[in-house]
Design a binder for this molecule. Structure first.
Ligand code: IMP
Length: 498
């Protein structure tokens, strides 16, 4: 089936992640934005997310603005929905980036009902939830959780509140009472935020009504999910989650529509490996606790460290750390490009690590091969086999249509696994539990398949290696999902539509 057939008669699409985020939604939202969508909307989370957007031919990492913003000059509308939490300063930094590239953002709409991340949210997040060594869940430190806490506590400050100075002052005074541990200086907060508030004011709208109008008018609407189902506050691995419901339902309600209004929900699954960032259970993780502890040390084991230690790339780590401390972005971005090109040229070293019998190093090799380092934090992502038990649970919530991504990354691995069940002592189950304690007890039961070589040139599903097709067919059977697209490389045309 070609893409036209898949999109036939479809007016509303949602692209959501069925794992712990970072599954490569960007490639598909980008493609659908450029060729199909009129309106692109985000409904959950804030600048804890991160994706690369190409603006006027240059790659930019955005955390709040959806990919749609790169197509503003073509009249495409970009919406930051009611369910989001927005740091006004971070948003203005992204708008400044567009200004630097002389890119337009005339069709940007910011929901008046989205909640504003205030300075004390960021301070609380960093103090309580960020550091894994201090028992935190490894949050991104952007203030997401504390902002949602205030929203649910009915004391939050919305984007609409920011626009009225008296209301804002009153709200901040109340925040001072509810957050006595924070030194909140009402006047200082207002004066620090005023320039940003003035910049975003022209874009603030009742986006829910706008969305309803777009849907009534039959416009092509694309909902861009954030994070992933297993990180959802509603469905994810309890406690080790983000604070929004990043499921299909949460994404829909985060823009003010029903999930029933979505004609084509697409759930993204990395295959046959998956990743997780931050703390929390991950049953299929390579080398279990060893990898979890190693990744918990964050930037100490970033891409520069791993390229030097595991691939032997000649790099001066002291120089890298100095640049990181000074936040020398230009130097670091250019060095990262060099590292990526080194990795591509030394595939043989990756393949050796894949196959040397060390599970830990297999995990490192996948991270290097697939570029699995946080876009927001640079932290190494934990790696493990694709978990069909978790995916079956995700299909139950986000629906059956699946996109498999990064399948090419494992080229050269002698064999690979898919986790089909969990064993708990003598007992075997295919039921996923969101209870982190139970999930830590399970042992993955795997099916092993022969590995495969380069697949990036393949465009016809039937030409994929037989063992890979068998694994995909088993995965569909195990999860109740239906794989509609297989991504075999980062470029847009490296895509197989079934
Ligand atoms: P928070 O969203 O910053 O509160 O972080 C809560 C948890 O979600 C942490 O484990 C983060 O690593 C994880 N997380 C948040 N955003 C992302 C994302 O975009 N990709 C992957 N993990 C994320």
């Amino acid at each position: 089936m070609g893409i036209d057939k898949l999109l036939d008669g479809v007016k509303t699409i949602a692209v959501v992640c069925n794992q712990w985020g970072d599954t490569g939604k960007g490639k598909f939202t980008d493609y659908l934005t450029a060729d199909w969508a009129d309106v692109i909307a985000r409904g959950t989370g804030g600048n804890n997310a991160g994706h690369t957007v190409v603006v006027n031919g240059k790659e930019k990492v955005f955390h709040l603005l959806p990919t749609g913003i790169a197509h503003d000059s073509a009249g495409k509308i970009t919406i930051l929905g009611n369910g989001m939490v927005i740091d006004p300063l971070a948003l203005v930094a992204e708008i400044d980036e567009l200004n630097r590239e002389c890119a337009t953002y005339n069709n940007l709409m910011i929901s008046k009902d989205a909640h504003a991340i205030m300075p004390w949210h960021i301070a609380t997040d960093r103090a309580k939830y960020q550091s894994q060594s201090d028992g935190g869940i490894g949050s991104t430190g952007k203030g997401i959780g504390p902002c949602y806490e205030d929203k649910i506590g009915r004391r939050g400050i919305t984007i609409g509140h920011l626009l009225n100075r008296d209301v804002l002052a009153e709200k901040i005074k109340r925040a001072k009472e509810t957050h006595p541990e924070q030194q909140i200086d009402v006047e200082k907060v207002i004066s620090d935020l005023t320039p940003a508030i003035e910049r975003i004011t022209p874009f603030v709208r009742d986006t829910v009504n706008e969305m309803h109008d777009f849907i009534r008018a039959g416009r092509h609407v694309l909902l861009e999910g954030a994070q992933g189902l297993l990180l959802s506050i509603e469905h994810g691995t309890d406690r080790y989650v983000t604070s929004s419901d990043c499921s299909l339902n949460g994404t829909a309600s985060g823009v003010g529509i029903s999930a029933k209004a979505i004609d084509l929900p697409l759930g993204i699954v990395k295959f046959p490996f998956m990743t997780r960032v931050g703390a929390g259970p991950f049953p299929t993780e390579f080398a279990g606790r060893d990898q979890e502890d190693y990744c918990a040390e964050g930037l100490k084991h970033d891409i520069f460290y791993e390229a030097k230690v595991y691939l032997g790339m000649p790099l001066d780590l002291a120089e890298v750390r100095g640049a990181q401390q000074k936040r020398n972005r230009t130097f670091l971005e250019s060095l990262e490009r060099e590292v990526k090109s080194y990795i591509a040229q030394h595939r043989d070293k990756i393949v050796d690590l894949f196959n040397n019998g060390s599970e830990f190093e297999q995990g490192v090799a996948i991270r290097l091969a697939a570029g699995e380092y946080g876009t927001t934090t640079g932290r190494p992502r934990r790696t493990g086999w694709t978990d069909a038990v978790a995916a079956r649970y995700a299909v139950g919530i986000n629906g059956p249509k699946l996109i498999l991504t990064k399948v090419d990354a494992l080229a050269g691995m002698r064999e690979f696994n898919i986790t089909c069940e969990y064993a708990i002592g003598e007992h075997v189950t295919s039921e996923f539990s969101r209870e982190s304690g139970s999930l830590r007890q399970v042992q993955p039961v795997n099916i092993t398949y022969n590995g495969y070589g380069e697949i990036r040139d393949i465009r016809d599903y039937d030409n994929l290696p037989r063992s890979l097709r068998r694994a995909i067919s088993d995965f569909e059977h195990l999860t109740g999902g239906e794989v509609v697209i297989v991504s075999v490389g980062p470029d847009r045309d490296e895509t197989i539509v079934r």
